[in-house]
Design a protein around this ligand. Sequence first.
Ligand code: ADP
Ligand code: MG
Length: 443
Amino acid sequence: MSEQHSGRGRGGGNRNRRPSGPRRRPETATEEQRSGNLTTANLLPAVDPPTGFAKLGVPERIDNGLAAAGFAQPFAIQLEAIPVAMDGRDVCGRAKTGSGKTLAFGIPMLSRIEGSAGPSAPLGLVLVPTRELAVQVAEVLQPVAAAAGITVAPVYGGASREHQVRELQRGVELVVATPLRLIDLIKSDEVNLGDVQIVCLDEADRMADDGFTPQVEWILRHCTGRTQTMLFSATLDGDVGHLIRHYLNDPVEVAIDSATDTVGTMHHLFLAVHHMDKARVVGAISESISKVVVFCQTKRLCDKVEKALVDDGVNAAAIHGDLSQAARERALQRFAEGRLNVLVATDVAARGIDIDDIGAVIHYDPAGDAKDYLHRSGRTARAGRDGWAVTFVEYNQHTQMRVLQRMLRLPSNKPIEVFSNDVRLRDLPAFNADVTTDATDQS
Ligand code: ADP
Ligand code: MG
């Protein structure tokens, strides 16, 4: 199934887009309190119910929450997936980065969960690969759920365990969790998944890879009363087939556009940069773009790049797995609020993170494959906006770049040679238009 993404995002849908004004300011949280207040979620002005979601079979109590949260009309993946999921069917949902998958599974989950959760016995479970994504997904669903008296809470490592256990004891209908912390709580009998009715794996292909599969399967086996299972990602491939065969029951595939499409117009730029000039090129790009994410392969490289940028006077911070969760959340929050110009990240930030107005994603080295490229790049050009995906290519990385271009069906252009004093870096559109072709034109 394939369809164009009309009726949302750009054009009429823009009326529903969040304003780019100030975001909700979270209070400063202590380690104890911190749970669900990493505010990267965006605020839209409230609209009057019923919204366009009511026509999809979404019950009034949830529709009221959507109206209060400002979601007026469903995006394409939501239009397709919600009615199917509302029928109780298992769903494999694939749609581009930034196309609204969270609500596509979140709305039917909130709508279909029956009853109230008993102490430490949630009724719905979303599994995600990173802590930041657990917080974000919970934050997106909380306001929608609140109007219906449904509690949503994130459960993830690096934050206060006691706090999460206490919340669960009070009764949480929908838990959004990273696997390790959840397993820890299951093993110590602090949560019981026997009442879980619906499970969704967000970023499902990531959850199905070698690193996560044993944990994910262990958790799924503990959801003994599960009646509905959903998988969502921008790239549903690889080992995900194993999960589908073993844990889904006659699933309906809902796929919007091709995996190589992006929602806004993503401009792809390959720059030949000397390795000693790379940090300065990042600095130059960040002069005209207020939110830039730089992806590095290793934590060590992240730290090095962060230091080089800070030494050059750039307002930059790193986020990776060796930093404390508090430091990770602080950096992400400052970045979301526009108080930090450049975020230097490993793949902890590659999946799912939705921050308004990221103008450019820089691949400090060419991504290893098309999938990594798409997820990292997908932090920009979200929900109808434009964005730049810039790849730095060293003299010995041209082959890797060409392979990537072929897999992405981008024109096989040579990288454009630049030094950090190149004026075009302060005005990316100035780079030759034909090398910044939108990937969507290629498919
Ligand atoms: P994905 O998971 O597909 O990458 P998200 O679920 O993170 O995308 O959504 C991307 C952005 O689109 C978010 O900022 C979200 O608030 C916004 N969004 C999603 N659905 C709607 C809608 N129906 N109306 C307006 N904005 C929406
Ligand atoms: Mg997502």
